[in-house]
Design a protein around this ligand. Structure first.
Ligand code: ACO
Length: 333
C-alpha cells in the first residue's frame, strides 16, 4: 500500500473534526463529499447552510448533507470566540468591534473553533493567499511549546527508490519562513523530524544542508547551519542529525563517506533541512519537475494545532490528501 493510502487509512481510524472554511469553493465542496463518503474525517463547513446545500445539489454531491455546517453570523459560540479574540490580542490593541467583524470571516472563525477545542484542524487556501490563511493561525492558534516558528515540509515521493527511505524524503522549510535565525533553523529541524515520524512513519535521519561539508568552506552562512545543528541536538538529544553537509554528501553514500567519513547521517539522510526558504522552495520545485517526483504538502509544522495551506492551483485530490494529513497531525498531538 502506498504512503497516501496509509495516511488515509490512519485518518479513518482517528475520525478527526476538520474545518474547511472555503465551503462554497467547488473543489473544496467536491473534496468534502469524498472525505465524507470515505469517512476520512468529520467535515465542518462554514457558511449559509441553504447556499451550501444548493451548491452541493448542483454538483450532485449527496454526502454534503452529513457535514456539520456552521454559519458565522449565528454560530452559537460566537460571543465566546469574540471574548477569546479580545483577550488573546489585547496587547496588540484589538477592540471588541474589530473582533466582531473578524469573526464573520470564515478563516478567523475556523481558527477560533480550533483554539476553543470545537474542531481539530483546518485546511484552506484553495481561494485565499498563504498570508490570509496563516495570519489568523499565527495570531490565535500560535506555535507549540518549545517552537517559535511555523514552517512547511514537503513529502517528496521519488521515482528513484535508492534515495531516502525507499524513495521517500522530507524537505523543509520550503513554504513559510524566509530567513530563519540559527535558533529558528534548529526548531525547523526538530519540527521536521516530528512531522516525519507522525506523517511519513519512518525514523528521521536529518541533514542540515549548506554549500559546505564539515568545514570545507568558511562563511557566516555556514556557521549558522553548524550552530543550528548544535542547538537542535541540545533540544532533542536523541535526534539523528548532522551538519553542515552539502546535498550530495547528505544523500549519496560514496560521497558522504569521502566528504564526511565520521558522519552517521552523510550518505543516507532521509530528511533535508535547507538553510533558508529560497533554497528550500527552489530545491523542492526542481526535484518535483526534473526528477518527476510527487511533492505532497506543504505540511505546516510547529503550530499548536494543525492548519494547512493549499496552493490555489490545487486539485480535488490534493485537498483530500491534505485533510487526511491534517487529521493524522491532529491525532499525533
Ligand atoms: N511562525 C510563527 N509566527 C509567525 C511566522 C512564522 N513563520 N511568521 C509570522 N508570524 C507571526 C508574527 O510574529 C506576527 O504575530 P503577532 O501579530 O502576534 O505579532 C503575525 O504572525 C503576523 O506577522 P507578519 O510578519 O505581519 O506576517 P505576514 O502575515 O506579513 O507574513 C507570511 C507571514 C505570509 C507567512 C510571510 O512570512 C510570507 O509571505 N512567507 C512566504 C510565504 C511564501 O510565499 N511561500 C512560498 C510559496 S508557498 C509554496 O511554494 C508551496
Amino acid at each position: 500500500m502506498d504512503l497516501l493510502e496509509n495516511i488515509k487509512k490512519s485518518a479513518i481510524r482517528h475520525s478527526k473534526r476538520i474545518v474547511l472554511p472555503e465551503s462554497l469553493e467547488e473543489r473544496t465542496l467536491k473534496a468534502a463529499d469524498i472525505l465524507l463518503k470515505e469517512n476520512i474525517a468529520k467535515i465542518i463547513l462554514t457558511g449559509d447552510p441553504a447556499k451550501i446545500q444548493e451548491e452541493a445539489k448542483k454538483h450532485g454531491l449527496s454526502e454534503i448533507s452529513r457535514a456539520e455546517i456552521v454559519n458565522p453570523p449565528d454560530h452559537p459560540n460566537k460571543e465566546k470566540y469574540i471574548d477569546m479574540m479580545v483577550e488573546i490580542r489585547k496587547k496588540k490593541g484589538l477592540t471588541r468591534e474589530e473582533a466582531e467583524k473578524l469573526i464573520e470571516n470564515p478563516l478567523y472563525l475556523a481558527t477560533l473553533m480550533i483554539k476553543a477545542g470545537d474542531a481539530d484542524g483546518e485546511v484552506a487556501g484553495a481561494m485565499n493567499s498563504t498570508g490570509d490563511v496563516l495570519r489568523p493561525a499565527f495570531q490565535y492558534v500560535k506555535t507549540m511549546p518549545g517552537i517559535s516558528v511555523v514552517s512547511g515540509a514537503f513529502i517528496m515521493i521519488l521515482k528513484d527508490k535508492e534515495f531516502g527511505e525507499e524513495g521517500l524524503m522530507i524537505f523543509a522549510d520550503c513554504a513559510v519562513h524566509p530567513d530563519p535565525t540559527e535558533r529558528e533553523l534548529a526548531e525547523i529541524a526538530v519540527a521536521t523530524a516530528r512531522t516525519t515520524k507522525a506523517i511519513a512513519g519512518f525514523e528521521p535521519k536529518v541533514a542540515m544542508l549548506s554549500f559546505s561539508t564539515k568545514g570545507s568552506a568558511k562563511h557566516e552562512m555556514v556557521d549558522k547551519v553548524v550552530n543550528a545543528t548544535n542547538i537542535a541536538r541540545e533540544m532533542e538529544p536523541e535526534l539523528k542529525i548532522d551538519g553542515e553537509l552539502q546535498a550530495d554528501a547528505a544523500i549519496v553514500e560514496k560521497i558522504g563517506q569521502s566528504k564526511a567519513p565520521d558522519s552517521k547521517i552523510a550518505g543516507n539522510a532521509n530528511v533535508l533541512v535547507f538553510p533558508n526558504l529560497e533554497s528550500g522552495n527552489i530545491a523542492y520545485k526542481l526535484v518535483q519537475r526534473l526528477a518527476h517526483a510527487e511533492a505532497v504538502g506543504p505540511v505546516l509544522q510547529g503550530m499548536a494545532a494543525p492548519i494547512n495551506d493549499l496552493s490555489r492551483g490545487c486539485s480535488v485530490s490534493d485537498i483530500v490528501n491534505l485533510v487526511a494529513i491534517t487529521a493524522n497531525q491532529a491525532a499525533s498531538r
